[in-house]
Design a protein around this ligand. Structure first.
Ligand code: ZN
Length: 216
């Protein structure tokens, strides 16, 4: 029996976003709001499905890892939904704290880095499923009807964007096809060549020019 892909059932507004600043008086002490910038997206959302190891899944992973400015984080959240564990209802929308979202993405970058550098060892093992950690992910096993004679296909389903992206990063590293980091712009990118050092021709030229300058 062949195990099929992991599947994300996500929801996102896909209607743009707004950046709001929460003020001390806009919430009471009972609400666990942090003061600071929030990305707010309209509440009515569309359901979408992503399968692991597809171009769409890779695109989602790249846009998470490369999102750094507030508006890049907004574009990502509008398209894929909340990556952060906590999102708040505010007026007619969902709000995600920008610092919290940055921290979550940083954890995904750290996961990728630690896996690639061989940073997990017997003395510092990767957290197992029983350990609470940022890297803990869980899936539901679904049996989906198929048209063939066996009748059902096992599918691992998650509703968490974080779980899906963590799984995507781990499987890429394990398959020895990690996403690469451009030496010039530091963006994550995909490449058919494992030793590709730059994301584009533009960055390659800029990279060689810089090296020429620094070596005289
Ligand atoms: Zn680049």
């Amino acid at each position: 029996m062949q195990m099929s892909a992991v599947c994300l059932r996500g929801d996102a507004s896909r209607k743009g976003f707004e950046i709001l600043q929460s003020e001390p008086r806009s919430h009471g002490p009972s609400l666990r709001y942090n003061i600071g910038p929030y990305i707010c997206t309209p509440k009515d959302s569309v359901q979408y499905t992503l399968f692991s190891r597809t171009d769409e899944a890779e695109e989602a992973t790249l846009s998470a890892l490369n999102a750094s400015s507030d508006s890049e984080l907004g574009v990502f959240t509008s398209k894929y939904g909340s990556l952060s564990a906590s999102s708040h209802r505010f007026r007619d929308g969902d709000c995600v704290s920008i610092p919290e979202l940055r921290e979550t993405i940083e954890q995904l970058r750290l996961l990728k880095q630690t896996l690639e550098s061989g940073g997990f060892s017997e003395t510092t093992p990767p957290p197992s499923g029983l350990v609470m950690s940022p890297f803990q992910v869980g899936f539901h096993l679904w049996l989906t009807p198929t048209e063939n004679l066996h009748g059902f296909l096992p599918v691992l389903v998650t509703y968490s964007l974080y779980c899906f992206l963590a799984h995507e990063i781990v499987t890429k590293v394990m398959a020895n096809r990690p996403l690469l980091v451009c030496e010039t712009c530091r963006d994550y990118h995909r490449s058919r060549r494992r030793d590709a050092r730059f994301c584009s021709g533009k960055c390659r030229i800029a990279g060689f020019r810089d090296r020429k300058r620094s070596t005289g």
